[in-house]
Design a protein. Structure first.
Length: 575
């Protein structure tokens, strides 16, 4: 049973079934044995295309003859496409079609009737109910959805105006998620190209990427590793350690560190599984107490050290940063300490993962059932080493790019989380996206101070609704006495353009020490500050009707280099 069926919808939402408020259109596949049916001009959607989510075109094509000779139906947009079959993710997955197309028999198209149900709202509603749709499939885990099953699916219908606004809010978040994913994909592609170029060609004295060897052969020399820049040397890790007074050593053996000595809180112990994509993950890292760490002090790491996996996946390697000072190189790892005046650890960790080095590692690794590395093998690995100043600049550029990628990954995760929360609230009626808008109609020419005062009220109500919900969870419907006359809350909203820390259009809301948050006006994402997650969901839903006017206010203030604020003392009696 879905969460939606366990909640009481708002009284103005009408119950219905999909069969009552939409048309279900099934597809078909022309015979693959007749070439005249295929590669025509008619778009034909296959099951896997539902993962595109917003479909403006599909790769499949059939001919008009193939369309007439099958159960496929040409359907105008918009419609909600639903995967009907399969054990994988396709069954129950929905997409919004934005072009005229036909489908195969494993896809159904739902077209809302428009008078009771909007197709864009239906898309978001069913998107949230993925697990429910799969559970409704006939035949259990290997079953599928059918027209009869889909037509019997219940749906609670808000007023059409509410459906439109809910869809607009969720569409905006979908756009933000899509844009962030596109930025991430581009950054990762840039990183791959830049990583190869910087580690193979390096940076010249002017701070520019060296020209390729084919274009500037005079800048390169032959080496056992191939062509390398003239300023670089081919050298083994063992030779670097010998020259600089560094060392390569094996982590503690099992006899020195037993499983029963691990504690919940203490000094982290780096194991191979903790090295993920060149970084240290603390998600499941083991820990030991201070006394044990002192006993194993020769294995404690310092900034610029490198830790290598010595068994299993031998490509795992991380450079130790300041934040890891004093952690322990654990069982199953090797530790390299090479002075920073000779080697940049971050640079070397990247070089170690490159194909040329990994070919050497795997060629020398020992062990019949599991590949193993030791200090002798590690010492024999040959690398092309630039001057340390060049290493440092390469590391700086790649660190900067990685930092940007991590930021975008965090933004993507945050937006996905926000969307999930808003879907749960808006599509069940728990939060009314238009509630505040109906109570305090907003004109585009309304005085900015009045607008901000209304947002003060929205912030107060968001917090009060959360408080009431928690109170009800704790005490049920019991009426509790409150000193409402004494309960004054100060809410402050301000828009100031001179804040150099936030260049995006934003506003700042504080509420009586309960929350203090900076909010991006483009997508109402949280930029800084602290606020309870339940209150945050409610507040964002209440802010959407004000978005266009707030952006107007921001742009005007930006031109005038000015700022405004509104502050209200609100009492529950006044409400």
């Amino acid at each position: 049973m879905s969460e939606q069926s366990l909640l009481l919808p708002p009284p103005d939402w009408k119950p219905a079934t999909l069969g009552q408020v939409s048309e279900c259109i099934l597809g078909g596949t022309p015979s693959t044995e007749i070439p005249q049916f295929w590669n025509g001009d008619v778009p034909w959607m296959a099951s896997g295309d539902v993962h595109i989510r917003r479909i403006r075109d599909v790769p499949g094509r059939i001919t008009a003859l193939g369309l007439r000779s099958s159960n496929a139906t040409l359907t105008n947009p918009p419609a909600v496409a639903i995967g009907l079959a399969g054990q994988g993710k396709t069954r129950g997955t929905v997409a919004l079609t934005l072009c005229t197309l036909s489908t195969n028999q494993s896809i159904a198209l739902l077209k809302a009737n428009g008078s009771d149900l909007r197709t864009d709202y239906l898309f978001h509603n069913l998107d949230r109910r993925y697990e429910e749709l799969r559970a409704r499939s006939s035949g259990g885990g290997r079953g599928g959805l059918s027209k009869a099953i889909l037509e019997a699916v219940p749906i609670d219908l808000p007023p059409l105006s509410d459906q439109q606004k809910i869809a607009q809010v969720l569409d905006t978040l979908d756009i933000a998620i899509h844009e962030t994913k596109a930025i991430l994909a581009k950054l990762k592609a840039v990183k791959q190209g830049l990583l190869h170029d910087l580690l193979m060609r390096g940076i010249d004295v002017n701070g520019e990427l060296r020209q390729p060897q084919a274009e500037a052969p005079h800048l390169y020399k032959q080496s056992p590793l191939g062509w390398i820049p003239k300023e670089w040397e081919d050298v083994t890790l063992g030779e670097i350690a010998r020259r600089s007074g560094g060392f390569l050593q094996t982590g503690p053996f099992g006899s020195q560190l037993h499983a029963h000595e691990y504690v919940l809180d203490g000094i982290p112990v780096i194991m191979p599984q903790d090295m993920v994509n060149g970084e240290l993950s603390v998600e499941s890292i083991a820990r030991i107490n201070q006394r044990k760490a002192t006993a194993l002090s020769r294995h404690r790491v310092q900034p610029n050290d490198l830790v290598f996996s010595r068994r299993g996946d031998l490509s795992r390697c991380v450079a130790i940063e300041e934040e890891h000072l004093g952690w322990l190189c654990g069982t199953g790892c090797l530790l390299a300490r090479l002075p920073a005046h000779d080697v940049n650890g971050y640079w070397l960790a990247l070089v170690y993962t490159q194909p040329g080095v990994q070919t050497q590692v795997m060629g020398r690794a020992v062990g019949s059932t599991m590949a193993n590395l030791n200090t002798s093998i590690l010492a024999a690995i040959t690398i092309a080493r630039p001057p340390v100043t060049e290493q440092n600049e390469i590391a700086r550029r790649l660190k900067s790019l990685n930092k940007r990628i991590r930021f975008e990954e965090e933004e993507l995760e945050k937006r996905r989380f926000e969307k999930t929360g808003l879907m749960d609230d808006l599509l069940t009626g728990r939060v009314r996206v238009t509630g505040l808008h109906c109570e305090v109609p907003l004109g585009m020419s309304e005085n900015p101070i009045v607008v901000l005062e209304k947002i003060c009220l929205a912030a107060y109500r968001a917090d009060k609704e959360t408080t009431d919900e928690i109170r009800k969870e704790l005490f049920g419907d019991v009426s509790l006495p409150t000193l409402v006359v004494m309960n004054k809350d100060s809410v402050k909203v301000e828009i100031r353009t001179e804040n150099v820390n936030h260049h995006e259009p934003h506003m700042h809301i504080t509420h009586s020490g309960k929350f203090d948050v900076s909010i991006n006006l483009k997508d109402f994402s949280q930029m800084a500050g602290n606020i309870d997650s339940k209150t945050w969901k409610r507040l964002r839903a209440k802010l959407w009707p004000f978005q266009e006017r707030l952006l107007q206010i921001w742009n005007k203030l930006n031109k005038e280099n000015n700022g405004i604020e509104a502050k209200k003392l609100i009492t529950e009696l006044a409400l």
